[in-house]
Design a protein around this ligand. Structure first.
Ligand SMILES: [Zn+2]
Length: 301
């Protein structure tokens, strides 16, 4: 599942393409992927203009001129592919050939037909584009809701603060993670109610950077080290965004160019290799079913 840096990479890419485009039509054939009333779609999506692209945790939010927004969660196998012409595409999400092959295909759940203002206005002709939402396993979704209701959604209300937001404080993080005193620190860290957007990759990396053993109970991690952990969560997420996300989660253009974060990872998928800090061998264990990578020497505390 994409984590915060992968979704942020998609947001940045779509922000270059979608604003000011008009939605001409939406076609969908799988209610679970697009659980919206046709009437609402006709009234508030069709004919609207895309204003901006936002993100909260791992959810992409496309704001429309009608006061409605599209919320998109890619889950395990979701993809968004924008196609303007053969040589102008942007695809991101679950990596398979759908990102670069011809569309729609059997995994396509929603197609948005778009009209974009031509760059050369004098020509008078507006171009067309399409945005495909593909999802092989159908766990992802696209929801159309009034923008003012987004914060009132149950899962939005429960979400912890954005780790890269201005208002997250050390105390806020400590209070939230301490509510899970008996949890393993790794499991508490990937809980979206503690802090938003952190999943397996960035949890393992920030625990390594903080010298914390993933199977330590939250109650046994010192306050000082939890502060250090928040700082490292921010650092690894920033690096992830800078590198365009992790290699296996994103393609950022039509040539299948990938994010490169995993080349910079210190422990994730590096089991059996030497730790760059101490030379000990990185191991992989399961923590509540989640594959977890760590250095037994650096992460004793
Ligand atoms: Zn080490």
């Amino acid at each position: 599942m994409p984590e915060l840096p992968e979704v942020e990479t998609i947001r940045l890419g779509l922000s270059e393409l979608l604003p000011k485009q008009k939605v001409l039509a939406a076609t969908y054939d799988w209610p679970k992927s697009f659980p919206n009333e046709p009437k609402t779609v006709e009234r508030f999506l069709v004919g609207s203009t895309i204003e901006s692209i936002d993100r909260r945790a791992k959810v992409l939010i496309i704001h429309l001129s009608t006061g409605y927004s599209l919320l998109i969660h890619l889950k395990m196998t979701g993809q968004l592919v924008y196609v303007e012409s053969e040589d102008k595409r942007f695809g991101a999400g679950h990596p398979n050939d759908s990102l670069i092959a011809s569309l729609p295909n059997s995994t396509t759940r929603v197609i948005f037909e778009l009209e974009r203002w031509s760059d050369a206005k004098s020509s008078g002709a507006n171009g067309r584009a399409k945005l495909f939402f593909n999802d092989l396993r159908k766990f992802g979704w696209v929801k159309l809701i009034p923008t003012v209701e987004i914060d009132q959604l149950e899962f939005m209300k429960k979400l912890g603060p954005e780790p890269l937001g201005d208002f997250v404080t050390e105390q806020m993080f400590i209070d939230r993670i301490r509510r899970r005193a008996n949890s393993y620190v790794k499991i508490a860290l990937i809980n979206q109610e503690v802090i938003a957007g952190v999943g397996n990759i960035y949890a393992d990396e920030s625990l390594w950077a903080s010298g914390i053993k993933p199977t330590k109970r939250v109650k046994n991690v010192s306050e000082k080290r939890l502060k250090l952990l928040l700082g490292n969560v921010k650092e690894v997420l920033k690096l992830g965004i800078e590198k365009g996300g992790s290699t296996d989660k994103n393609y950022v253009n039509s040539k299948g160019q990938k994010g490169s974060y995993l080349e910079f990872a210190k422990v994730f998928r590096r089991e059996g290799l030497a730790c760059s800090a101490c030379g000990d061998i990185i191991i992989k264990i399961r923590v509540n079913g989640r594959g977890t990578h760590y250095c037994p020497t650096c992460q004793k505390r």
